[in-house]
Design a protein around this ligand. Structure first.
Ligand code: NDP
Length: 322
């Protein structure tokens, strides 16, 4: 089968399109024929070596397709089932073996491309807005990179929960997309001081929660945007990691700081299925819209990484095998 492989970590050019054998499912595993692959920023962290795995490896953390084989001990899923999964590394390929209990059934009315577009980023938006800081009507939140993959979904989920949503973006085109997703106020953090804007818009009170996935260039001001007992959910680092923090900085407003990850929020099969069911339910009810902005061939994975890291993408980018 064809797969993208990383033999040494580095820039987008280290992604090589190669032939490797189709894997065979071991105990507890299923083989999935992949129809669509979700591109995620975490793929760049692995490729660059920021997150470490033994070399060589197949990158990619999200896929959707059909189960074509299962190990004899597998009972939770069967051959022919339509499934998606995330975050499980190895999806930049035509086939992948996945622990069967990490597979999520995809409803018949949801196509594979949509499933590959919302499994990772949709469940992330779900856990951030419903569990990490469970938004309630009247809350205010700030979402950075509001036109991004997670960003557009998180804005929609935050609005569903009744929050007033501020979003940051770098360009006017992205501002229009964040507004379309439902953001009440959009701040161009490339031109405006987002801390000053948030303080102005909240009458000096600050927000209840900042969902910050940009990190290095936003972290300091994100902390300053928080009101009394506010929470900073630092869930990514698109601009680079944050430097060490003097914990006493949290004392100013009795703040909470958390560094959440999807893996921990879907640690049990029950939680995985519950979060996925919420996401697919919202899609089926027309409450959550997913915007697939680009679809590239799997062999063009390097180009996809260049676009994502170059801030040239909006919404979701997919890779398709074949
Ligand atoms: P996005 O589609 O949001 O792309 C990243 C965006 O970040 C860019 O489009 C850009 O938007 C913004 N950005 C700001 N500064 C930079 C920079 N220096 N370089 C590149 N981009 C920058 O990606 P994803 O939706 O895939 O992921 C968003 C973030 O969420 C990532 O940090 C990812 O790691 C994290 N994440 C975390 C999860 C978790 O469970 N912890 C799960 C899923 C994602 P703009 O131009 O508007 O600034």
């Amino acid at each position: 089968m064809k797969a993208v492989r990383v033999h040494e970590v580095g820039g987008p050019d280290v992604l090589r399109y190669e032939d490797i054998p189709v894997p065979i499912p071991g105990p507890g595993q299923a083989l999935v024929k992949i129809e669509a692959i979700g591109l995620n920023f975490i793929d760049c962290y692995f490729r660059a070596g920021l997150y470490k795995v033994p070399l060589p490896f197949t990158p990619g953390n999200e896929g959707a397709g059909t189960v074509t084989a299962v190990a004899p001990d597998v009972t939770v899923i069967k051959v022919g089932d339509r499934v998606s999964y995330a975050p499980i590394i190895g999806s930049y390929a035509e086939y992948q073996v996945v622990a069967a209990d990490r597979l999520v059934p995809v409803p018949a009315s949801v196509d594979f491309r949509t499933a590959a577009a919302v499994t990772l980023q949709g469940m992330t938006a779900q856990y951030l807005a419903c569990s990490t800081y469970p938004l309630k009507p009247g809350d205010t939140c700030l979402i950075h990179a509001g036109a991004g993959g997670v960003g557009q979904l998180l804005i929609q989920v935050a609005k569903m929960r009744g929050a007033r949503v501020f979003a940051t973006v770098s360009t006017k085109e992205k501002a229009a997309l964040a507004r379309q997703a439902g953001a009440d106020e959009v701040i161009l953090y490339s031109e405006q001081d987002f801390e000053a804007e948030v303080m102005r818009l909240t009458g000096g009170k600050g927000v209840n929660v900042v969902y910050d996935s940009v990190a290095k260039t936003t972290f300091d001001k994100s902390l300053n945007c928080l009101g009394l007992r506010g929470m900073l959910a630092l869930f990514g680092q698109s601009s680079g990691p944050v430097p060490p923090l003097e914990v006493s900085r949290l004392a100013k407003n009795s703040l909470f700081l958390t560094r959440p990850g999807l893996g921990q929020y879907t640690a049990t099969r029950e939680k995985l299925l519950q979060r996925a069911a919420d996401v697919f339910g919202w899609i089926q009810a027309g409450k959550l819209k997913v915007r697939i902005s680009q679809t590239l061939s799997l062999k063009d994975a390097s180009e996809a990484h260049r676009l994502l890291e170059g801030r040239k993408t909006t919404g979701k980018v997919l890779l398709v095998p074949g």
